[in-house]
Design a protein around this ligand. Structure first.
Ligand code: ADP
Length: 211
């Protein structure tokens, strides 16, 4: 699905170099890629983090699984091929946001390692920071939370190919951050994300204030 179909197209550089944009906006773009099982806490943490960052003056925007499937990716389902294309598009969009000086927060199960690695490569090629955040919550905890009632449906056979039940989740080999939501509160997990961003120079202090 992601084969190149357009020909005779050329990348237009524009007149505003990235470093000038970032300097003028007092911003630094990056992508924080949350991955983990359904119900692990990706959306909850990304949403809380977005609020802290934006209220501290850091431009941040959340790309959320269900939301993106309502629009940009509404023509994609949950087959392996469609999941791959879903993640590839998100990777490209997150990269554009990061290029604009935004801290993009993506919350997608993104179960396949190769798909996440592709998104990392896209960012690497564009010289933009990509940090993988593994929301490491045991399946039984996610299932007991079941915030959208999806595990119940999957167990009843009403949803096929559900990650963790009858579709695999490939945990990251070397994520920049691992969040243990069964042991740490949402606030603590947000703090760990802020510490990562501060340690990488994306925000200037662990409190998440603008640079
Ligand atoms: P996901 O986006 O990974 O599918 P959600 O964020 O939608 O997961 O749901 C996670 C559920 O777990 C929410 O109901 C949230 O309130 C709950 N939860 C409990 N503890 C935590 C925690 N430490 N971090 C994140 N979510 C938590």
């Amino acid at each position: 699905m992601s084969e190149v179909k357009a020909t005779n197209i050329h990348w237009h550089e524009g007149d505003l170099p990235r470093d000038e944009r970032f300097k003028a906006l007092n911003a630094k773009g990056a992508t924080l890629w949350f991955t983990g099982l359904s119900g692990s806490g990706k959306s909850t943490i990304a949403s809380a983090l977005e609020q802290v960052l934006v209220s501290g003056g850091v431009n941040s925007y959340r790309l959320d699984g269900d939301n993106v499937r309502h629009g940009l990716n509404k023509n994609l389902g949950f087959s392996a091929e469609d999941r791959t294309e879903n993640i590839r598009r998100i990777g490209e969009v997150a990269k554009l946001f990061a290029d604009s000086g935004c801290v993009s927060l993506t919350s997608f199960i993104s179960p396949y390692r190769a798909d996440r690695d592709l998104c990392r490569t896209l960012h690497d090629e564009g010289k933009l920071p990509f940090y993988e955040v593994y929301v490491d919550t045991p399946l039984d905890v996610c299932e007991s939370r079941d915030p959208k009632g999806l595990y119940k449906k999957a167990r009843a056979g009403e949803i096929k190919g559900f990650t963790g039940i009858d579709d695999p989740y490939e945990a990251p080999n070397s994520p920049e951050l691992v969040l243990k939501t069964a042991e740490h509160s949402v606030e603590e997990c947000v703090k760990q994300c802020l510490e990562l961003l501060a340690s990488k120079g994306i925000v200037n202090v662990a409190a998440g204030a603008a640079r």
